[in-house]
Ligand binder design. Structure first.
Ligand code: 5GP
Ligand code: ZN
Length: 134
């Protein structure tokens, strides 16, 4: 596996994912341990460990894709709102050291956000990715 990086392996198709969106720059797929229905990760296909490692111009392009995917998810699920989360360093809860943005859909009256929660149901994730794929 390149860089021993699981997200590089997903970007290269070596490890499967429940894809929501892909273009030349980014890949978006469901988090396997979601903290809400539709919890999606947006990653650049290129490897950057975290926010401080990505050039500004590339970051701007990546963020435009985060916005595009979030807007789509908000309509496709649907949901009432969403959180964008991006962790940097173990102290901040980063566990995969390939830059990624969490899109966490939220609903009025829903559960409070518990960032590390849930056990992924693979069949449900596969069906949901098929339903909301952009
Ligand atoms: P972090 O804690 O680094 O901000 O977030 C890493 C996220 O990646 C976690 O929410 C975790 O559930 C998710 N994750 C880890 N390994 C995999 C994987 O192989 N596939 C998918 N889809 N998500 C993963
Ligand atoms: Zn990587």
């Amino acid at each position: 596996m390149k860089n021993d990086c699981i997200f590089c392996a997903i970007a290269e198709g070596e490890i499967p994912c429940f894809k929501v969106y892909e273009d030349d720059l980014v890949l978006a797929y469901l988090d396997i341990n979601p903290c809400s229905e539709g919890h999606t990760l947006v990653i650049p296909k290129a490897h950057y460990a975290g926010l401080l490692d990505v050039p500004d111009a590339a970051l701007g392009e990546i963020l435009s894709r985060v916005k595009k995917v979030a807007a789509h998810i908000k309509e496709a699920l649907p949901c009432d709102g969403f959180n964008i989360l991006q962790n940097n360093g173990p102290a901040a809860g980063q566990s995969v050291f390939h830059l990624h943005f969490h899109i966490v859909p939220r609903r009025e009256g829903g559960e409070p956000l518990s960032f590390k929660s849930g056990k992924g149901d693979m069949a449900a994730l596969e069906a949901l990715a098929a339903r909301i794929r952009l």
